[in-house]
Design a binder for this molecule. Structure first.
Ligand code: FES
Length: 90
């Protein structure tokens, strides 16, 4: 989802809470909670984009095709290996 799409979505939305491990410059780990509003059709990658664009610009993750082809957005969620562009949030 592009920044323009994030700002202009219409229709039903949902509240999403993600807990993401963050590491500071001293190597200290912290499980940080982000609560955002997202469109009902959003996938995990869309929600990560919303967090990065609107709440925490330091969040970093990989992505490329957004079509479940390249594998760039592979990550772990709830202990499972997933593709962020495939994982629906609703
Ligand atoms: S961005 Fe390519 S598989 Fe998700």
């Amino acid at each position: 989802m592009t920044e323009a799409a994030v700002q202009t979505w219409e229709g039903p939305t949902m509240e999403v809470a993600l807990k993401i491990w963050r590491v500071d410059e001293h190597g200290e780990r912290e499980l940080r909670t982000y609560e955002v509003e997202a469109p009902e059709w959003a996938c995990l990658l869309d929600v990560l984009d919303i967090i990065k664009d609107r709440h925490d610009g330091t969040l970093a993750y990989r992505k490329s095709c957004r079509m479940m082809i390249c594998g760039s957005c592979g990550m772990r969620m709830d202990g499972r290996a997933i593709l962020a562009c495939k994982e629906r949030m609703k």
